[in-house]
Structure formats: C-alpha cells, structure tokens
Design a protein. Structure first.
Length: 340
C-alpha cells in the first residue's frame, strides 16, 4: 500500500467550520409570520420596506458602537452626541444648498445630500477623536466611570447644541425629488426609504469588505477577540482604538443625518431618543459582531413596524419583548464575537 503523506493526512483531518445559519432565518420568519396577520399584501409590503429602511438607519448608527465596545471594551453612552451633532451639521450644510435641495433634479438633490453627509461625517469624526482623547482614554477598563463620563459628555453636547443652534425644534425637509412614493401596482413605497435601504446596504458591504479583506480589518477582528495577542505581535492597538472610535463616530453622524431626514424634524435630544434602540440592537446582535448588529437592527425595526400596525398599544414595548425572546433563545446574542 502507498504511504499517505503527513501533509495530506493532516489536511484531510481538519474539521470544516460549521456556519451558524439559524440567526439568518429570524428576519425572514418574522416577515412571513406577519403576512397573514396584516392580511393585505400591499400593506405588508409597505410595512416591510419601512421596517427595512428603519433597520438600515439603526444599523448605520449602531455598527460603529458595536465595534467600539467589542474592540475597546468601552461603554460609550455618549454615542448619541455624535448622532445629534451629525444631524445638525448636515442641516447647517443644507441651508446654503437650498436651491439644490428644492430643485426637481434628482442629481442635484443627491449632490446636496452627499455634501451634507460629508460635513456630518467629518465633523463627528473630529469630535469623536477629541471625545476619545479627553473623555474616554482616562477611564479605559473602568466601566462605571465610562458610563458616568460619557453620559456627562452627552449632556454637555446637548447643551452645546442648544447654545449654537437653539433649543427649538428644527425642520429637516426631504429634498424635492425624494419626496412622495414610488407606486408598484397597489404598493406605494416612499422614495427616501428606498435610498435609506441602499445606503445601509452599502455601509454593511463596505464594513464587511474592510473587516474581511484588509489587514486593518484582520487586526480589528483579532483585537476584538484577543487584544493582548495583537499587542504581543508588535502592533500598536491604541492607534487602532482611536481609528475605530473616529470611524464609529462618523457612522453615527451619517446615521443621525438619515434619521433626521426620516423624521423630517430635528431636536437636540434626537441622539438620546434613538440610543435605546441602538443598545437593544447591540445586545441582540452579540457584542462586537457587525453581522449580528445588522440582523438585530432588521429584526427590531421590522417588529416595531408590524406591531405598531397590528397592536399600537404595545408598540412601545415590542423591542423589549423581541430582545427578551431572542436572549431566552440565545443568551449570548445572535452572533457573539467579544467575550466580556
């Protein structure tokens, strides 16, 4: 008999990694289960698209924070400050671009939004760098102090917004070409919601590409699982921390802009209002998991829209009920990366 080479034997004996597909079924099962309850197919499609749009916006906001917690072990309750500041910076940028916003040209409308999003992302990225250096860095590893100082940072940011932009509610109207809905037979889908879905998918695809196909992404994923090992290999993980924090802050600014346009109104408390949903999504998705965060955002948003239509009285607690049900099924969340 021919002798089997050691290399062949060892390669054949390696077990194949099993993919956990169960979490991927949660959102589709929820959609299918809601169809007979809603009854009307056009209404179900409208609610589903609205849920997808809402979920994408929540994901954009939460994705940066889940990486910050997974990599840096930082409980940043001040993340809402970046959401609010980003939305206000975008609103300020849109003021001199009113002609583009009110034009009937889709390209001018998108150009105005692109400049507004750029202003929000750059501004909140710079704010995030200062926030990490001044407020977060002195309390690494101390969760109680992190909660206190980041909450204090959120309060200071809200008061600064009052001082700069005023405390009254601001209008954040949609650009002219993005108002109204696209009609497909008996189904009407709002144009902005389609844009929000597209932006969310692009952000998710970009994050997956960076995390899985680049060296920086490899270091981030390794740092989430074992930061000490990354440091032992000679990489300066502190610089990586700062970069992730800045990127997460910029994503919060982008998400805040989308959220303000979604609501078409803007107040200084917008960041604090959405943070409850953000933390629910991070807990459901699993600490440090971008994919889990994406799935969790979709499940939370879809459930909120379906329950809000079927039983408005329990709409406010639907997210808590969904979180409780998922944690009873999978206490670690849909996909756990960071073990704390």
């Amino acid at each position: 008999m021919a002798a089997t080479s050691p290399a062949t034997t060892s390669a054949d004996s390696l077990p194949e990694a099993r993919r956990d597909l169960a979490p991927l079924l949660v959102a589709p099962v929820l959609m299918v289960a809601a169809l007979p309850l809603v009854g009307s197919l056009p209404t179900w499609v409208t609610l589903t698209v609205a849920g997808l749009a809402m979920g994408m916006m929540i994901f954009v906001i939460a994705s940066g924070l889940t990486l910050v917690f997974g990599l840096m072990d930082v409980l940043n309750f001040g993340h809402g400050a970046f959401i609010a500041v980003g939305a206000y910076l975008a609103m300020t940028m849109l003021v001199p671009l009113a002609g583009w916003v009110q034009a009937d040209s889709l390209w001018l409308n998108l150009a105005a939004l692109a400049l507004a999003v750029a202003a929000a992302g750059i501004g909140t990225g710079v704010l995030g760098f200062a926030f990490e250096r001044v407020i977060v860095m002195p309390v690494y590893g101390e969760h109680l102090k992190q909660i206190l100082v980041t909450m204090g940072g959120l309060i200071v940011a809200e008061q600064a917004i009052h001082a700069v932009w005023g405390g009254d509610q601001k209008a954040m109207p949609l650009p002219q070409a993005l108002r109204g809905a696209v009609v497909f037979g008996d189904v009407a889908v709002e144009k902005f919601r389609l844009l929000a879905v597209a932006v969310g998918l692009l952000v998710f695809a970009g994050m997956q590409l960076v995390l899985n196909r680049t060296k920086i992404g490899l270091l981030i994923r390794a740092g989430v699982e074992n930061g000490e090992m990354v440091e032992a290999l000679g990489y300066r993980i502190r610089r990586l921390f700062v970069g992730v924090f800045v990127a997460g802050s910029a994503l919060a600014g982008l998400g805040g802009t989308l959220w303000a346009l979604y609501r078409e109104t803007l107040t200084a408390a917008i960041g604090g209002e959405v943070m409850v949903l953000v933390f629910i999504v991070i807990i459901i998705g699993g600490l440090g998991s971008v994919g889990g965060c994406f799935l969790g955002a979709l499940v939370v948003a879809l459930a909120a829209n379906y329950v809000g239509y079927l039983a408005p009285k329990i709409a406010l607690v639907s997210n808590i009920l969904i979180m409780a049900a998922i944690l009873m099924w999978r206490p670690q969340g849909l996909y756990l990366v960071a073990r704390r």
